[in-house]
Design a protein around this ligand. Structure first.
Ligand SMILES: N[C@@H](CCC(=O)N[C@@H](CS)C(=O)NCC(=O)O)C(=O)O
Length: 252
């Protein structure tokens, strides 16, 4: 079931490719989505230049403009330090306003170039020019229609991931391996945002080389996967991650 959901909500990278390779030719620690008749399906992609330091984005889960930017982050396989800005959040909303001068989300800062900007379409264009092949994918290039479909995609979540719930701010950002269209990753992100927990997001969409890296790190690939450097916890399973986040950081 989990596999079917993630196929249905698949996200692939720029110039994504698949090949069926005999099992014997593939190292054990190489992630393979499916194995058939002694062959493994191997996914890969051609990525643009990689940023040395993670891009920083101030945003919140329930915002359709922010979702458009999160989609390009997955497509470009970028690592992003997300600063959640839920309504009523006491930390990163004020910080974003102080940095950029207005209350509007998303707001992006690229510490590699010193560039910072508002406007989801401008951020998408900047990211594909700098870290992709310069082409905005069709479904992210349709202006109002793109924003409308991004909003409709979230309608069933009834605004989750938009409003602050009282929490304790961690010393260090948490780390999450995830990708935008996965429903399991989404429910974890909602809680990270509501609790205003900064997190380094390792994009692991289909075709991402970071899927292999996660297999090497943990023995398997599954998203979401959370590491919390504040407590040392490392865990899979969205429902358990959500319980952990609430038990560790929510204040009554
Ligand atoms: N044209 C902007 C629109 C951004 C926008 O309206 N964002 C809303 C959130 S969905 C916002 O910042 N509202 C102010 C608030 O949340 O306080 C873009 O594409 O980035």
């Amino acid at each position: 079931m989990a596999m079917l959901m993630c196929i249905a909500f698949k996200s692939t990278l720029s110039r994504y490719k698949v090949s069926l390779i005999p099992e014997a030719e593939i190292p054990n620690n190489r992630y393979s989505f499916i194995q058939v008749a002694g062959r493994k399906l191997i996914e890969s992609s051609n990525l643009g230049p990689r940023p040395e330091r993670p891009i920083e984005i101030y945003e919140f889960e329930g915002c359709p403009f922010c979702r458009k930017v999160r989609e390009i982050v997955s497509v470009l396989d970028l690592d992003v330090l997300y600063y959640p800005c839920p309504k009523g959040g006491p930390n990163f909303r004020p910080k974003a306003i102080q940095l950029g001068g207005k209350k509007q989300f998303p707001y992006m800062v690229d510490p590699n170039t010193g560039v910072s900007m508002y406007e989801s379409d401008d951020i998408i264009k900047y990211l594909v020019d700098k870290y992709g092949d310069g082409k905005v994918p069709l479904m992210l290039s349709l202006g109002f229609f793109t924003t409308l479909t991004a909003g409709l995609a979230m309608i069933g979540r009834a605004g989750k991931g938009s409003t602050y719930k009282k929490s304790r701010l961690p010393e260090k950002p948490l780390e999450l391996w995830a990708y935008e269209p996965s429903p399991y990753c989404k429910i974890v992100r909602e809680v990270l945002v509501e609790l205003e927990l900064p997190h380094l997001y390792h994009s692991t969409a289909r075709g991402s080389p970071k899927r292999d890296q996660l297999v090497q790190r943990t023995g398997i690939f599954q998203a979401p996967y959370l590491e919390d450097p504040n407590t040392g916890i490392k865990m899979f399973e969205s429902a358990e991650i959500i319980d952990y986040l609430r038990n560790t950081y929510a204040l009554a």
